[in-house]
Design a protein around this ligand. Structure first.
Ligand code: AMP
Ligand code: ZN
Length: 478
């Protein structure tokens, strides 16, 4: 039985979706004004794994992840670059898909864009006005927080108290300082939509309330993002959605911890970011996934290249061990015992995931199972235990890792093909390396070799001076 930590109740709760057998999930996606950093990727990857596990449990999951494609930062970026906001958003939306595909994140069911849901946002705001929860001032519209007494229930906060005095100037037009914008009157040169309050654009929070309701209905099962979104974003969404419908908006609010760099949250505004693109290119998607999933999602974790490299090595060794177990395992013996061994692997994995989607414990369970199989093989070899095939258990480890965690633990041979264009590029790199060696540029020659090894491609120099390659996920320990 899956239990999840609900940020709203601050308890671990049994997971029971609104409609048995079906799960609706909404994850706040990126504001598309730059490349994703590896911290954003941690959050997106984790919710992909959560979705995969729910599907593994037999649920039919409708997974929505939005794009915030209209925002101050996008507009600022467009002005800087002399482009339209639309061009900036579209470029970084494409980049999002390229980077997340490379990381092996499965595509969501729907990717709504804020700019395509403006009618629903306007209707939502009109509904709030009709209920006395919103008021217009000179083309802006604000949410009246005093009209929603439950405000603050999710985050435990009602005002931006950390920043009081510092950044929040008191806007005389608002009825109360905690009231927040639902609609912003157009400023010259900014993209704008017609509305009953004049031309303008939606506020960030109303976007998600409207997109979630439009695609998933009044009540959704899981609403997620990283913990920075709890306040004010999710608190405001909750007020807007429940303020309109009078129904529970979200059954389980869930929040990921931060990926830190240098003990601070990785963030564009602090400038301490590494793009997901660079990290995946340097270490490979498999190593990055293994690294990120080794920490339970609610904890913060630190990024370091050493840790990703260690993950790559660990993964390669794990694959080798499984390949050896498979090769050396007896194929004879009691079939029921072999199946029971495999069932124990699945049981331990699911028990770990059932405790709040604990990928760290789930990986530990698969690792422990691998060690147990090694021990069993040794015992069988010494005649201390009857022969039992380990193959069903090895297959179970590989299947769970691939299906739920997106980790390929298959035998190295199975991974070894490249498409024609990639082969041609590889031949080019081999030529470059040969030329570098001829010029005694050993640094460049090594660079080619090690960077290819990080992509699981190993170069093998032959006696006749030619070089061949194998695709094998074995990372050299330098
Ligand atoms: P943003 O584009 O900043 O709105 O972020 C997109 C998603 O990544 C949101 O769910 C954020 O909460 C999340 N996020 C941003 N920074 C980090 C970080 N350092 N670690 C984990 N998640 C993050
Ligand atoms: Zn959101």
């Amino acid at each position: 039985m899956l239990r999840v930590y609900n940020s709203l109740t601050r308890h671990l709760e049994p997971f029971e979706p609104l409609t048995p057998g079906r799960v609706t999930m909404y994850v706040c996606g990126p504001t598309v004004y730059g490349l994703l950093h590896i911290g954003n990727a941690r959050t997106i990857l984790f919710w992909d794994v959560a979705r995969r596990y729910l599907e593994h449990q037999g649920y039919v999951v409708t997974y929505v992840q939005n794009f915030t494609d209209i925002d101050d930062k996008i507009i600022a970026r467009a002005l800087e670059a002399g482009e339209t906001a639309e061009a900036v958003a579209s470029r970084y939306t494409d980049a999002y898909f390229a980077d997340m595909d490379a990381l092996g994140v499965r595509r969501a069911t729907f990717y709504p864009k804020a700019t395509e849901t403006v009618d629903e946002m306007i209707a939502h705001i009109e509904g709030l006005m009709a209920r006395g929860l919103a008021y217009a001032v000179d083309g802006d519209v604000y949410f009246r927080v005093a009209g929603f007494p439950a405000y603050g229930r999710l985050s435990g906060r009602t005002t931006d108290d950390n920043e009081a005095g510092a950044r929040v100037e008191v806007d005389a037009r608002k009825q109360a300082p905690e009231d927040f914008a639902l609609w912003k009157a157009a400023k010259p040169g900014e993209p704008a939509w017609d509305s009953p309050w004049g031309p303008g654009r939606p506020g960030w929070h109303i976007e998600c309330s409207a997109m979630a309701r439009h695609l998933l209905g009044d009540t959704i099962d899981i609403h997620a993002g990283a913990k920075d979104l709890k306040f004010p974003h999710h608190e405001n969404e909750l007020a807007q959605s429940e303020g309109l419908t009078g129904k529970p908006f979200v059954r389980y609010w869930m929040h990921t911890g931060f990926l830190n760099l240098g003990s601070e949250k990785m963030s564009k505004s602090l400038g301490n970011t590494r793009t997901a693109r660079d990290v995946v290119a340097a270490f490979g998607a498999q190593a990055v996934r293994y690294f990120l999933l080794q920490t339970i999602y609610r904890s913060d974790m630190d990024f370091s290249e050493e840790a990703v490299r260690a993950a790559a090595t660990g993964l390669a060794n794990w694959r080798d061990t499984l390949a050896r177990l498979e090769r050396d395992s007896s194929t004879a013996g009691d079939e029921a015992a072999a199946e029971a061994l495999a069932a124990r692997v699945s049981g331990a994995f699911e028990e770990a995931m059932d405790q709040d989607l604990n990928t760290a414990a789930a990986l530990a369970a698969l690792n422990a199972a691998t060690h147990e199989l090694r021990r069993s093989l040794a015992e069988q070899g010494r005649g201390e235990a009857p022969p039992v095939s380990l193959r069903p258990a090895v297959a179970a480890i590989r299947r769970l890792a691939a299906e739920v965690l997106g980790l390929e633990l298959g035998p190295p041979e199975a991974a070894g093909t490249l498409d024609g264009q990639t082969e041609a590029l590889l031949a080019l790199l081999i030529d470059v390396r040969r030329e570098a060696k001829a010029q005694k540029n050993w640094g460049l020659a090594d660079l080619v070799r090690t960077r290819l090894a990080e992509l699981d491609i190993r170069l093998v120099d032959q006696k006749d001076g030619s070089t061949t390659w194998v695709v094998a996920p074995k990372v050299p320990v330098s």
